[in-house]
Design a protein around this ligand. Structure first.
Ligand code: GLC
Length: 554
């Protein structure tokens, strides 16, 4: 069995700093809040925290619009606070992982302000500028990820600029070597601060096609998704290999790219010995209800067998090459228990069911803040209550497609990124103990029962389940490094797999339904029950949402 690196043997915890813990009463979370909770994370068995962006930003897209790549936003604290977090983390063996947002900057970044000032300034080609079509309309009919055209007219310069995401997030021109160098310098700045790795944002969009052409419209607005036209363009890997050479090589860190649009078949070029990253977030398993693209008003139905297939494909693709980042939640997705399990599912059982897969599969588990408590979606009664810029874009899109306001809001309820961004639920105190001020986003109403303080002392809580199972994983060679093989492939009710090493096999079975189901695999007679979401297991039966772990010694 090969030796694993530190980041293959631990679990990573994703923090959305704005919603984690506010120590000043400002209503938004801060770095000191994270430092305060390192003991909590240590007890959960976390070896690294990935922070979504904490750089200076106008916060149009909650920090993914960066106006300075080598500083800390004052709302989150100071560089000293950051250094202190890294140092305190090190003392507990928890490394800090930064989010690199290099596809675009904020329109308030000094680079963009200079770039837009004329057609011949020194940074004139640091962003992607094009003339209007003869009739003055935008250069192409591409729709941005957040809705509307990707092109924004700039009066000052008399040209359009391209933004894959919000108007305030102009895309950087990676064709320009000076741009690449400036970005690599920024990443190296954080390496010198002692960070433990990087999550690289929206990386599939950095390479644009040589020619900018209109695409076949995919919606009533006459536009086509920019994703279809630019994601994963040939030549992108050359940029990324340079990135690796200039930044990642020779450091004891991990890298995980956010790569929507890279499927399991392509994974080999992206990760592992010939690839560029250690891991890649690909989205096939969390986008099953958006098979037609990022259009919330066209949700697609999916079956458990499809979820299993998507995961099995990624496991197979990373079996001998690269490593899999296991995740069911992040700051861009709704809460997993609402997304993957039937309506009406008990949230504690549901969170344990998914948590069992998360913590026993092959790869590095990524726990998103609050997932370890069983936090769930919200459903606010007006679009105005939502902060998430994508929710607003998708709401408009649904109205344009002919849906009523009520229907458009239902799509937002289901998909909104704010579902994951409500404040962390620390206690049953006001604002769930998140802030002494006015919270920037309302707390989920269920905070009185679903919170860290209550769950800490409840042996049967989701939190203690995650702690115990993560501990089991980290001390178990088979769970860390054993092979993965899917079981009961065609079963629409049970998610099942086996992890095997030389002397041991570990079987995991999870009932995804609200029915009691029977199972009779041949291993039952040889294996013993070692862990589960109910206290015991009645051999051959899975109660609604029950998850079990069986072990067989060879
Ligand atoms: C990524 C981030 C998302 C952000 C977008 C633009 O998908 O995860 O939150 O809005 O990139 O930076």
């Amino acid at each position: 069995m090969k030796n694993l690196k530190w980041w293959q043997k631990t679990a990573v915890y994703q923090i959305y700093p704005k919603s984690f813990l506010d120590t000043t009463g400002s209503g938004t979370g801060d770095l000191r809040g994270i430092t305060d909770k390192l003991d909590y994370l240590q007890k959960l068995g976390i070896g690294a925290v990935w922070l979504t962006p904490i750089y200076p930003s106008p916060q149009i897209d909650n920090g993914y619009d960066i106006s300075d790549y080598t500083a800390i936003d004052k709302n989150f604290g100071t560089m000293k606070d950051f250094e202190n977090l890294v140092a305190e983390g090190k003392r507990r063996n928890i490394r800090v992982v930064m989010d690199l947002v290099f596809n675009h900057s904020s329109d308030k970044h000094a680079w963009f302000i200079e770039s837009k000032s004329s057609k011949n300034n020194p940074k004139a080609d640091w962003y992607i500028w094009r003339d209007a079509k003869a009739d003055g309309s935008p250069p192409t009919n591409w729709r941005g990820i957040f809705g509307g055209s990707v092109w924004q007219w700039c009066e000052e310069r008399g040209q359009y600029y391209l933004h894959t995401f919000a108007v305030e997030q102009p895309d950087l021109n990676w064709e320009n070597p000076k741009v690449r160098q400036a970005l690599f310098d920024a990443a190296n700045f954080w390496l010198e601060k002692g960070v433990g790795g990087f999550r690289i944002d929206a990386i599939t969009y950095i390479k644009k096609p040589a020619e900018f052409l209109d695409g076949e419209p995919d919606g009533k607005d006459g536009m086509v998704s920019v994703h279809t036209m630019t994601a994963n363009t040939d030549g992108i890997l050359d940029f990324l290999h340079e990135f690796k050479r200039e930044v990642f090589d020779g450091h004891d860190i991990f890298t995980v790219g956010e790569a929507n649009g890279v499927d399991a078949e392509d994974l080999q070029k992206w990760v592992g010995s010939d690839g560029v990253f250690d891991m890649l977030f690909e989205f096939s398993h969390v986008n099953l209800s958006l098979k037609g693209g990022e259009i919330w008003c066209r949700p697609t139905k999916w079956k458990l067998t499809e979820l299993k297939q998507a995961i099995a494909n990624s496991q197979a693709a990373t079996k001998n090459n690269g490593w899999y980042p296991i995740f069911f939640e992040n700051h861009d997705k709704p809460r997993s228990i609402n997304y993957f399990l039937p309506k009406g599912a008990d949230s504690v059982k549901a969170a344990k069911a998914l948590g069992t897969i998360l913590l026993t599969m092959r790869g590095t588990p990524f726990i998103f803040e609050g997932q370890e408590l069983g936090m769930s979606n919200v459903a606010w009664n007006s679009i105005d209550a939502y902060d998430d810029i994508q929710s607003h874009g998708q709401y408009e899109l649904a109205l344009n497609e002919g849906f009523s306001k009520e229907q458009a809001l239902e799509f937002v309820h289901f998909f909104s990124r704010d579902n994951a961004r409500t404040p962390m639920q620390w206690s049953a105190d006001a604002n769930a103990g998140f802030t002494a001020g006015k919270s920037w986003l309302p707390v989920n109403e269920n905070y009185k029962t679903c919170n860290a303080e209550v769950e800490d002392v409840d042996e049967n809580s989701v939190l203690n389940y995650f702690r115990k199972l993560n501990n089991l994983r980290q001390n178990n060679e088979t769970l860390l490094n054993g092979d993965y093989e899917e079981l009961l492939k065609d079963d629409e009710k049970i998610f099942a797999f086996v992890r095997s090493a030389e002397n041991k096999k570990i079987y995991v079975l999870v009932n995804f339904t609200l029915d009691e189901v029977k199972f009779s695999p041949e291993f039952l007679s040889r294996a013993k029950f070692i862990f589960g979401s109910f206290e015991n297991n009645v051999a051959g039966t899975l109660r609604p949402l029950e998850a079990v772990v069986y072990e067989e010694m060879k």
